[in-house]
Every structure is written in C-alpha cells, then in structure tokens.
Design a protein around this ligand. Structure first.
Ligand code: SF4
Ligand code: SF4
Length: 258
C-alpha cells in the first residue's frame, strides 16, 4: 500500500470505534452520490436490478459500464448521469432511490477493506462529510450489522473464490469467450438462466432435481450455482459433475484423437 494512501486513511482494528451518522438534515446530504467510481459486484447487480425492477440485461445496459481487468476479468462500474454533477442515477431528493438494495460500497462507507485479500479496514474522515461530526459510535461489526452487509460479504466471498483464484496468480488470462461466459453467469443472470434452462445443460451436467428447483426460483442460489459452474469450467474444480454419458462421449472423442 502506498504512503499517500495510508496518510489519508486511518486503520481501524476490530475493536476501534468511529463516530458517524448520515441523515437528511445534514447540509452535505446527497452531495457524495455524485461523480464517483463504484465497482459493482455480481451481488450488487442482482440486488440493484431487483430494486429497480429491471431484467439483468436492461439494468446492465442502462446503468453500467463494462470494462476488462488485467486478467481478462469483466468489471462492472455504475454509470453516472451526464448532468453537470455527474450524479448517481439513483439519487433522489430524499436520498438513495434503491436504499434497500444499494451496493456494497455505499453500505460500507465510510469504512472499506485495506485490500481485497486482507482482513483490515481503513476509514477516511473527509472534512466535507459532516457525518463524522455527530452521531453514534460504531465498531466495524456493529456498522456492518446495521447496514445489512453480511449477506453481501457472504456472496462476495464466493465471487472472490473466482477472481482471486490461483489460476490468475499464475499469470493466466481469460480470453474473450471465457470473459463473456463469466460476465453472463455473474452479472447477466437472466441470460445465464436462459442458457441453463433453454439448452441441453441438464443433459450434460448431473444436477440434482432439488438444486434445479432452487435455482429456478431463487436468484441467490442461481448466482452461487453460476460461481460453481465457472470454477468447474475455468479451474477444473469438482464444483459440478458431468453425466456419465457426457463423460463417455468425452473419453471416446479423446481416444479418437490419440
Ligand atoms: S454525511 Fe457523509 S455520507 Fe452522508 S450525505 Fe453527508 S457526505 Fe454523504
Ligand atoms: S446507489 Fe444510492 S447510495 Fe449509492 S451512490 Fe447511488 S444514490 Fe448514493
């Protein structure tokens, strides 16, 4: 971590307390929902599009910008409006228009992890943010509980098992086909759902009926299933099983090539 970064931010231990309260009565209210880079995790997109009442494809098209990271990993950023302030498209006079489904980083503010791989947390006490001048004191755990972050952390941990995988540590990169596969399974979940339910997917993969029923009805389950499918295909982990007849076909085709 560079020095400038640590100078601006204070490291918090799990027992440290910080004072913070954000509410409509403050003169700074809503001013921080402008001109910001918010990287969205797959679970952020799931919740935000649910809150906005849109399909995944429509949400991604209207409100996000897709980028590619160094490893060929898709990155999704919330698109700010083209007004003078570059406002978040969800900011309303009364606050966040999708408050119940706002993204992880908006919930976490003013704390954030020191790095994706580390346990520690940092806080940046910006003078322009009046929330530090009043209100209750919190530990990190209390803040996370209050902001409903635990389900986000749980879902994001599963995503990290993909993005922080050894496969990338070893210098591997995704080609465009695999990046698209990951993007659909993680972000464009309606497309992924069509792919698994409207193709011969379940003729190829051995998936229990109970799991099929769950992923049909429950988007969190579908996202977790998508992570397993990615890990099976990209990293050859045993997170899914092929049907015996698929394995036979693969073996026969391998023998034909030998
Ligand atoms: S208190 Fe801080 S987080 Fe809340 S509106 Fe003001 S600047 Fe934003
Ligand atoms: S999603 Fe909500 S909380 Fe986050 S920047 Fe936009 S309006 Fe603000």
């Amino acid at each position: 971590m560079n020095e400038e970064y640590t100078e601006k931010h204070r490291r918090l231990s799990l027992d440290d307390r910080f004072k913070f309260s954000c509410h409509k009565g403050l003169t700074c209210f809503n001013t921080c929902c402008n001109d910001i880079n918010i990287f969205l995790t797959p679970y952020d997109v799931l919740r935000m599009r649910r809150g906005a009442g849109l399909s995944s494809g429509e949400f991604l098209k209207r409100y996000t910008i897709a980028l590619l990271g160094d490893e060929g990993l898709p990155l999704v950023v919330l698109k700010m409006m083209e007004d003078e302030d570059k406002s978040c498209p969800f900011v309303m006079p009364d606050g966040c228009g999708i408050y119940q489904d706002r993204p992880w980083s908006c919930r976490m503010y003013p704390i954030f992890p020191a790095s994706p791989k580390e346990e520690g947390f940092l806080i940046e006490e910006k003078p322009s943010c009046l929330g530090f001048k009043e209100g209750k004191q919190w530990t990190i755990e209390e803040w996370k509980r209050d902001q409903g972050i635990n389900i986000y952390d749980k879902m994001n941990e599963s995503y990290k098992e993909v993005t922080l995988h050894d496969y990338f540590e070893k210098g591997n990169k995704l080609d465009s086909g695999r990046a698209k596969m990951l993007y659909n399974a993680c972000y464009d979940m309606d497309e992924f759902k069509r792919f698994i339910f409207e193709t011969r997917f379940f003729d190829i993969y051995d998936v229990e009926n109970g799991v099929i029923e769950k992923i049909k009805e429950d988007e969190e389950e579908l996202l977790s299933f998508g992570y397993g499918w990615i890990r099976f295909n990209l990293f050859s982990e045993d997170t899914l099983k092929l049907k015996d007849k698929t394995l036979d076909r693969l073996l026969q085709s391998k023998r034909g090539k030998d």
